[in-house]
Design a protein around this ligand. Structure first.
Ligand code: ADP
Ligand code: MG
Length: 270
């Protein structure tokens, strides 16, 4: 469990009135899929930095499975347990080849050399990256690079995986494939997922959506709850997924369209 208690955070210390995060109270369960949503600058990335101990709360406390991120002795364990995949795959790759890239993180945590090869294969299989270990990272497509970034962190068996706009540089096809890869990986090897995106259609299966605004948590709810509140979503800089906005427009006009209507059903109504 991750517990965030009365947490405020400023990049400029206690005396500043420029708060990146204000009064956050939030728990994240070990197997949960939570989405962080909200406009740019609302504090989502800052909170992820607090969760894996890159930054410490200015006020309040954060614990990861009972370990405080403010305790220097716990930081190594916390950073291993909470991993982040960022937006730009190129900033995350450290190896020249695919195998080297995955091996780097494993070496850092002291993975036995004799089990390195099998773990690299394991990670490539989990993300279904169809690339030999010797393939050069520079030869991968954007989508493949992001799968490699995912493989490199999953190899470390994190309990909490943060995806901070990891799909935002991918084209729509690669983005869909990446989301599908994540789903399959979680099914096979459960981990909690904290998913940050501006694309609502990627988080319709989340257990909870957390809506950030100006450093505060504005609302928490299940996707089906929050998706009904179009005004709230728009005020938080989000667009409803295409099918959703049509569904809601039809329902407002009195048609009994089910909330889970897909394009085919909608075509029928239209
Ligand atoms: N390294 C930094 N130094 C100072 N202020 C920062 C830094 N990173 C982010 N901020 C500020 O913190 C606030 C929250 O930003 P951020 O957490 O990046 O939001 P989001 O990820 O939701 O776009 C913003 O006001 C932003 O300008
Ligand atoms: Mg951000």
């Amino acid at each position: 469990m991750i517990s965030i208690r009365d947490t405020s955070f400023s990049y400029f210390g206690n005396d500043s009135d420029r708060w990146a995060l204000r009064d956050i109270d939030l728990d994240i369960a070990p197997d949960e899929f939570v989405a962080f949503l909200g406009p740019n600058g609302s504090g989502k990335s800052s909170l992820t930095r607090l969760l894996n101990g890159i930054e410490q709360p200015t006020k309040g406390s954060i614990t990861v499975d009972g370990l405080s991120t403010s305790d220097p002795a716990s930081l190594a364990a916390i950073r291993r347990s909470v991993q982040i995949v960022f937006q730009n795959p190129e900033n995350q790759q450290v190896g020249v080849s695919v195998g080297e890239d995955i091996a780097f993180g494993l070496s850092n945590i002291g993975w036995p050399q004799s089990e390195m090869q099998s773990r690299i294969r394991w990670a490539l299989d989990v993300v279904k990256l169809d690339a030999g270990e010797d393939r050069l990272v520079t030869q991968l497509s954007g989508g493949e690079k992001q799968k490699l970034a995912l493989a490199s962190v999953l190899a470390l068996a994190p309990r909490y995986l943060i995806l901070d706009e990891s799909t935002s540089m991918l084209d729509p096809i690669a983005r869909k494939e990446f989301v599908e890869t994540l789903r399959a990986a979680r099914e096979a090897h459960p981990f909690a997922m904290i998913y940050i995106t501006h694309h609502l259609e990627e988080v319709l299966e989340a257990d909870r959506l957390v809506l950030f605004q100006e450093g505060r948590v504005r609302r928490i709810g299940k996707p089906e709850e929050l998706l009904q509140d179009e005004k709230l979503l728009v005020s938080c800089g989000l667009e409803l997924p295409f099918e959703r906005s049509i569904t809601l427009a039809l329902r407002r006009a009195g048609f009994p369209v089910s909330l889970s209507a897909d394009l085919q059903e909608l075509r029928g109504w239209l």
